[in-house]
Ligand binder design. Sequence first.
Ligand code: FAD
Length: 385
Amino acid sequence: MRTQVGIIGAGPAGLTLSRLLHQNGIESVIVENRSRAYIEQRVRAGVLEQGSMDLFNSLGIGERMMREGMQHHGIELRFSETSHRIDFTQLTGKSIIIYGQQEMVKDLVAAHLQEARPLLFEASDVSLDRIDSPTPVINFQYQGQAQQLQCDYIAGCDGFHGISRQLMPAAQVYEHKFPFGWLGILAEVAPSSHELIYASHDRGFALHSMRSPKLVRNYLQCALDEDINNWSDDRIWNELQQRMALTDGFRLNEGRIIEKSVTSMRSFVVETMQHGNLFLAGDAAHIVPPTGAKGMNLALRDVVVLAKVLLDRYQSNNNSGLRQYSILCSRHVWKAQYFSVWMTSLLHRLDAQDDFQRKLQLTQLRAITESVAGSTAMAEGYVGL
Ligand SMILES: Cc1cc2nc3c(=O)[nH]c(=O)nc-3n(C[C@H](O)[C@H](O)[C@H](O)COP(=O)(O)OP(=O)(O)OC[C@H]3O[C@@H](n4cnc5c(N)ncnc54)[C@H](O)[C@@H]3O)c2cc1C
């Protein structure tokens, strides 16, 4: 087999890159080690920045997103039992849309297969070879047979646990681990608010978000080594109610919890994102803490840059963009990293014993919500300006 761009991974990054390339007449083959059913059910991100929303519309796959997604014009911040709205549209002219990552993946896969473009699910033993030569290859087993895919370029879009990043020689890694985690639930109940609620409480952070008019995703800041078995449904709802409380007696809608998990929070960036003819994009190259809802949006920014420099190479025989790919991405990667860490530090209880730090945090929250400049800075970061 031979193609122009071999893509490892059918997550948001790999699928979107393939579509961007296809729109510009560049061939690609996606090699994915999971099944179609698995990647289409994997519940993860749900917030799309205005730029991501515009991208999907421009790729001709935004119809269901615009119909079923929930467009939000702001978020609510809660602290000291009071509520403060950050109005994105008033402050920036932009908005966000809530549309599950798995729904976006379904739309991308459907469009890909409808156009009969190669997307190989359940490939095993995937490995890369000759990446610093003009003819890099992807080796894998597919339907019981050993395969070799020869490429001009390889895009490593295989997520944080993939194989591509391991091939970056002398990579510089920047990492920060947070001393707490998130206990997340998916519950069958109508959202309690039209917009996401971010609550900073003396007991810890809480987030109320939604995936559909009947499905909510709520999170609680918890210990890093929290044992999920110690959290009955009643205990979870009780803790959420306390952290979300307002003086007017607000109550979150409660419903059947269908999924519970604890995840750690970390920041991770690898530089460089390229070696020879291998280019990393998305979670393969960086992870952000989820507070700023940036992970998937960041993956999409990378592939927009990668598609552009590949297009320059194929249409104008101009390699300079390809050589600069990692540098071109660095600015948006660190900007997203900065915003995500800032939101995390602002809203979480960093040290339960440190009341001085907590007083400063509340003062900063007041400064943001009482000032147009402060609110605008948060709104710009959130919508992805
Ligand atoms: C539990 C969880 C919750 C999250 N919640 C949020 C959120 O609320 N908001 C937010 O913005 N972000 C969130 N994220 C982050 C967001 O989901 C990611 O940033 C996004 O999925 C990145 O897309 P990607 O395509 O780079 O990587 P992925 O989505 O990880 O896709 C990588 C693909 O590569 C495949 N693959 C891996 N290894 C191989 C291999 N060896 N060979 C072939 N294929 C391979 C994988 O199966 C996968 O399909 C969450 C992540 C997790 C794990």
